[in-house]
Design a protein around this ligand. Structure first.
Ligand code: CP3
Length: 345
């Protein structure tokens, strides 16, 4: 059994593999011509997320091309507020938008029915587990409460999440209620993804880095710790990766206090500190996505530095954030080849 166990699951259990397994955040996306083709057929971005036929297809596209060790469910973190009736839309060239929420709106929010509404996404997970090669790990995901709340409050993306930070200072009780509600529905949603066939799940806290120290504890650590405890109480076998982008030196206590099995690292985390973090458990990351756009020597150097610093411990090779639309698909092929050829240096 242990040799046939999927590689990423083995690393999540603390094993060191040489070469390390590899997948990339946003590996299904606009840098791939076949994605753009399916996306055009599907209509809107949310139609793509809620169409199991199309969502399965785009999830499999990067697996067929590159043979990544994990497939990540194709969906978005903002399907949760969509299921909470916040009228989420992705207008072309605008990024996500939704109806901004205030104190009254928060008091009227209802977590009932969220998992039911997301049945098409769960159907995608079920079909993927049947269609993927048996060695490929299937990852489910959701957004962390803080990151999802930032979009719910502003109603759109912002450079520094000032609207959500301000709201949290001015209306602490309403904000706390929003975070806890999001933590509870998100935990239920991840349990449902695991039951549908996800091997492991990742929690994306992409905006953790804009928080002050006290707020990081209250808004990033506490709700994610609550989610993980709730998932583990129900599904003790669940494996959980938590990605708190920009958390820097707080990542050590982040892992300890949230109880995540593995932590995702963005490219600003120094490799010597990453190696310290790896003593406490598996890490995932952390190549700058711009190195995949640049290619050539900068791509090779970035990969080699990570393998050298982290290749002798439990590592899932990944980017430090999502791949961007300008990335050359050929550079992704070179990345996978180099990680697999070099292994631990
Ligand atoms: O990793 C994967 O391949 C799985 C799919 C996935 C998407 N979004 C698809 C997507 C995942 C895991 C996400 C997570 C997500 N979505 C996050 C957290 C991770 C991160 O990148 O910070 C956030 C903050 C969002 C919200 C979101 N969705 C934004 C801000 C945008 C617009 C920016 C952009 O890149 O266009 C999206 C849209 C989105 N989500 C696209 C994709 C492939 C592009 C939409 C399109 O095809 O037009």
């Amino acid at each position: 059994m242990s040799e046939t166990r999927r590689k990423i699951m083995r690393v999540l259990d603390g094993e060191t593999l040489t070469p390390p397994p590899v997948w990339l955040m946003r590996q299904a996306g606009r840098y791939l011509p076949e994605y753009r083709e399916t996306r055009a057929k599907a209509g809107s971005f949310l139609d793509l997320c809620y169409s199991p036929d199309h969502a399965v297809e785009v999830t499999l596209q990067p697996i067929r091309r590159y043979g990544f060790d994990a497939a990540i469910l194709f969906s978005d973190i903002l399907v949760v507020p969509d299921a909470m009736k916040r009228n989420v839309r992705f207008a072309e060239g605008h990024g996500p938008e939704m109806d901004p929420i205030d104190e009254t709106g928060i008091a009227g929010l209802d977590g009932e029915g969220v998992v039911d509404y997301l049945q098409p996404v769960l159907e995608t997970v079920k079909r993927l587990r049947n269609e993927l090669p048996s060695e490929t790990t299937l990852l489910g995901f959701c957004g962390a409460p803080w990151t999802v709340a930032t979009y719910m409050i502003a109603g759109h993306g912002t450079p520094d999440q000032a609207p959500a930070r301000l709201f949290a200072y001015k209306h602490p009780r309403a904000f706390e209620h929003l975070l806890m509600l999001l933590a509870d529905v998100s935990a239920d949603y991840l349990v449902a993804q695991i039951d549908a066939g996800a091997d492991a799940v990742q929690i994306f806290d992409s905006w953790a880095g804009v928080l002050g120290e006290r707020e990081f504890e209250a808004f990033a650590i506490r709700p994610v710790a609550r989610m993980i405890a709730s998932i583990r109480a129900r599904r003790p076998q669940a494996r959980i990766i938590a990605f708190a982008k920009g958390a820097g030196y707080l990542l050590k206590t982040y892992r300890q206090k949230t109880g995540a099995d593995a932590i995702g690292l963005d490219w600003s985390v120094p490799l010597a500190f990453a190696a310290e973090l790896q003593k406490d458990g598996p890490v995932q990351g952390n190549l700058d996505p711009m190195r995949v756009v640049a290619g050539g020597r900068s791509l090779e150097e970035g990969i080699d530095d990570i393998l050298q610093a982290l290749g002798n411990g439990p590592l899932i090779f990944n980017l430090g954030h999502g791949i961007t639309p300008q990335a050359d698909p050929e550079n992704v092929r070179l990345l996978v080849e180099r990680v697999r050829a070099t292994g631990a240096v």
